[in-house]
Design a protein around this ligand. Structure first.
Ligand code: MAN
Ligand code: CA
Length: 273
């Protein structure tokens, strides 16, 4: 019951303090957020499939499955960088599907991902697009007859080729959160303290709750600290040593917490006596 009340407090607090995210483009340098399976080339994030081959539609769907689309070349810089990357890895010269197509209006090639015309004339392989046999409506890049130069070529959409997926630009939602002292002080204001994990059952229940509420992807302050004796972590609320060896109490350090971070809720869990 008390525990339920504590959770309600948590919810009340998170709505009381209006937490407004600041959404920015890109990923901040201080995080180690993984972009896998996408790798960063220039400003873009790509997944380069070099082994599997699929027709254009299937390749597109495969990219969609991982939240991306077939590659769209927006600038000459992007074109040069991606090609240089393929070259460095010795995986150039083999065609990769792009999002380019003229399936909608024959002769009018667009990037299917954004509907914009393909305006970078210089990326086409010399003589392309030629709609050979009247049946070429999907565009592949890194097409080459003699491995040099490479370019974009229109081809039969049913052809099986490798493909390059491009992920949307990542965004970072930043929230101002409490540092440990602020968090503790706010708990004290309502007669509570930062959470202390007394039993393994409590640990499991809290974690289950966070998982159920889908708020377990951010760290939460606990009352744990070794500010008094470095290396000796105690629960600040009762002064007792950590004895539950199998709990992984993370993020009990002070550093960098009074900065902005990615977090949808205030970073504390309350527990009432
Ligand atoms: C040649 C060129 C290309 C065409 C392919 C089809 O390489 O004519 O334009 O797409 O053949 O195999
Ligand atoms: Ca062609």
């Amino acid at each position: 019951m008390l525990r339920l009340f504590a959770f309600l407090c948590l919810l009340v607090i998170s709505t009381t303090y209006e937490i407004r995210p600041i959404v920015k483009d890109g990923l901040p340098g201080f995080t180690d957020v993984t972009t896998a399976p996408f790798l960063k080339i220039g400003e873009g994030y790509y997944y380069i499939e070099t082994v599997l081959t699929k027709n254009w539609f299937e390749a597109y769907e495969t990219c969609r499955l991982i939240g991306s689309e077939l590659i769209t070349i927006e600038t000459i810089e992007e074109w040069l960088l991606v090609n240089q990357y393929l070259k460095d890895l010795n995986i150039d010269g083999q065609p990769y599907w792009t999002s380019g197509t003229d399936l909608a209006n024959q002769g009018q090639h667009v990037w299917f991902s954004n509907g914009l015309n393909i305006t970078l004339d210089e990326i086409w392989y010399p003589g392309e697009p030629n709609n050979k046999g009247g049946n070429e409506h999907c565009d592949q890049m890194s097409f080459s007859k003699d491995n040099n130069p490479t370019g974009v070529n229109d081809y039969n959409c049913d052809g099986a080729f490798s493909y390059i997926c491009e992920a949307p630009q990542p965004k970072t939602a930043a929230f101002i959160v409490w540092n440990w002292f602020d968090a503790y002080a706010d708990c004290r204001l309502i007669g509570a303290e930062l959470i202390t994990i007394d039993t393994i059952e409590e640990w499991k229940l809290i974690n289950q709750y966070l998982r159920d509420m889908k708020i377990d992807d951010v760290p939460y302050w606990t009352s744990g600290t070794d500010l008094a004796n470095q290396g000796q972590h105690v629960w600040f609320s009762n002064g007792l040593n950590f004895t539950l060896d199998d709990i992984q109490v993370n993020q009990i350090m002070m550093e960098a917490w009074n900065t902005v971070m990615k977090c949808p809720l205030p970073t504390m869990v309350l527990q009432l006596d």
